[in-house]
Design a protein around this ligand. Structure first.
Ligand code: AIR
Ligand code: ASP
Length: 265
């Protein structure tokens, strides 16, 4: 093969790091307009006041997020996801991230319960979309559409697209999780601007995983998400593994939480 036709393999330590977040790293991708999204084992909560390394979490989130994004791609929801590359990494399209955390809630839990005095587990009258300004220094404050358009974080038509995307993702994922005995209580998404030629569209970016959703077992109400870490309940990897198992994506990673010497039988 002539040299320029060979796939460009960049050793991990020589890749250009574009951005490092709390749970993920973005590296330059193999083609212009692509990035590699790497899932770390870091868990943080309460704006990084609480931090731990949880072996295997990154592998699980990479696999679960791949599954959910691929399913969303398949029903025509535009996302940044191209394909999973390996245990911890996926190839994505480079987008300009809109600095909002878009939260969709079906059942009261977490900050809405605290803010409005709603008992956790109360069904909301309808799905509610909330916006938070993505800014660690300010602890991601809640903002309204007025703030978003006045400060130019997103234009009114972009905000319409973001809302429609968020509702579509909620409808699809609620059904998908219900089918495997899980209630989608709430979740957070991030959106980005993707340019193709002269056209721009809003696409789903970042990840969707038990780090960014509240997932409760339908029957027992057991928490299968990051609240296990936030609330010191333990069993996080076991819970994420259970989500992966129910989604039918466990196969090659049965033993990811097993570290150190293994008993040979
Ligand atoms: N979320 C918000 N910021 C970061 C994340 N992961 C997610 C939570 C929860 C939802 O958004 O994981 O699923 C609402 O969070 P809260 O704390 O506002 O109740
Ligand atoms: N905001 C994120 C969470 O609580 C992480 C963090 O605050 O460090 O899920």
């Amino acid at each position: 093969m002539t040299d320029f036709l060979k796939p460009r393999y960049i050793p991990m330590n020589r890749r250009r790091r574009i951005y490092e977040g709390k749970a993920k790293v973005l590296y330059e991708g193999p083609e212009p307009g692509t990035l590699i999204q790497h899932f770390k084992d870091d868990a943080t909560a309460f704006n990084s006041k609480k931090h731990a390394i949880i072996d295997g979490k990154g592998v699980l989130n990479n696999r679960i997020s791949e599954y959910l994004f691929q399913n969303l791609n398949d029903i025509g929801v535009p996302t940044h996801f191209i394909r999973r590359l390996n245990m911890r990494e996926q190839l994505i399209r480079e987008v300009e991230i809109i600095p909002l955390e878009v939260v969709v809630r079906n059942v009261a839990a977490g900050s809405i319960s605290t803010r409005l005095g709603l008992e956790e587990g109360t069904q909301l009258p309808r799905s509610i979309v909330e916006f938070y300004y993505k800014n660690d220094a300010l602890s991601d404050p809640m903002v309204s559409e007025e703030h978003i358009t006045a400060f130019g974080w997103a234009s009114p038509p972009e905000l319409d697209d973001i809302m429609a995307l968020a509702i579509r993702v909620n409808d699809f994922l609620s059904g998908l999780f219900l089918g495997v005995g899980i209630r989608l209580v709430d979740f957070k998404i991030e959106c980005g601007r993707l340019w193709e030629n002269e056209m721009m569209r809003i696409v789903l970016a970042d990840e969707i995983s038990p780090d960014s959703c509240r997932l409760w077992d339908i029957k027992s109400n057991d928490k299968l998400d990051k609240d296990r870490f936030r609330r010191d309940m333990g069993g996080l990897v076991e819970a994420y593994t259970e989500v992966a198992r129910r989604l039918g994506i466990m196969n090659e990673m049965e033993n990811i939480s097993v570290k150190g010497p293994k008993l040979v039988q």
